[in-house]
Ligand binder design. Sequence first.
Ligand SMILES: Nc1ncnc2c1ncn2[C@@H]1O[C@H](COP(=O)(O)OP(=O)(O)OP(=O)(O)O)[C@@H](O)[C@H]1O
Ligand SMILES: [Mg+2]
Length: 303
Amino acid sequence: MGDAIVDVSTWLVLADEPAGADGKAWLTPPGAERSESRADWWLFKPAKTGLVKATGGQHATEYRRNDDRVERIASQLARCLGLPAAEVRLARRDALEGCLSRYAIPDGWSMASGDLVLAEFDGYVSCANDPKVKERSGHNLSNIQVLMDGLFGPPFGAFSDVPAFDVFAGYLVFDAWIANTDRHAVNWAMLYRGNDVCLAPSFDHGSALGSGLRDTGIPADVDAWCARGMAGRFEGGRSRTLVDLALDAVQRGGPKAGEWLRKLAAITPEQSREILRGVPGLSVATSTFMGTVLETNQRRLCA
Ligand SMILES: Nc1ncnc2c1ncn2[C@@H]1O[C@H](COP(=O)(O)OP(=O)(O)OP(=O)(O)O)[C@@H](O)[C@H]1O
Ligand SMILES: [Mg+2]
């Protein structure tokens, strides 16, 4: 059965999301706004468009990107891997298609971005002006490991006693698997409650799996495309593959970090393909490409 598309046209707007780009808003179903809990808060992220460059006197044209569908796919892949990540559904808000990302912060906790918590490190360059800058000085595994020393994963499920860095290593294994090149320091965060601090669940995976590729741009050589997936959001990352960064993090972490590779190795191509098949609107060419990317990167990581 395909994924349901939730119609959120009548949902209430609780707040606009100031971080990140364009038209996102926190919504809740009618009636839930009276709840003390934020468990029913969902971030609506409209589908994005890309531009096809003009050639020979023609106007540039817009096309629909797959970021929202990829967010849905990524949330299900994360679940398969057992990784703590925001739950995502496909949605429609009046004429706008998009996705919903469920508030991933447990009641009583608040969130601060990696950017904010790294600010105290010597030489760290803040994302304030542009989170997308490549090779961000100070956004590296050494600083992140120091920052997370003695802290644990998200305070629910199986992670509250797993070292935070070992869980973060899982985020990097996940990124390398799904070809997510956008793990800048505003795309991971820490959670706070009084004196308690821990790693937040993973979120914002819409740039993965070549979500901006059009059918006509799907690469014939998927191996070569995967090998070009660089960790550009990290210091030194322009010349470092996502796979290399992930394996480095696993190596630096404790025994729990190594478990991510064993969990990934156990995922079958059929599990990924079933998830891809469930997402409406993906062309066969795109879905086949994404399936091949997942198999290729799984092989590279688990070799
Ligand atoms: N599920 C979630 N739970 C809690 N906070 C979230 C969640 N998803 C996103 N956020 C917060 O909202 C901000 C913006 O969301 P997100 O990162 O998904 O969008 P974005 O950076 O604008 O993405 P894009 O580049 O895809 O437009 C995040 O930096 C984070 O602070
Ligand atoms: Mg983001």
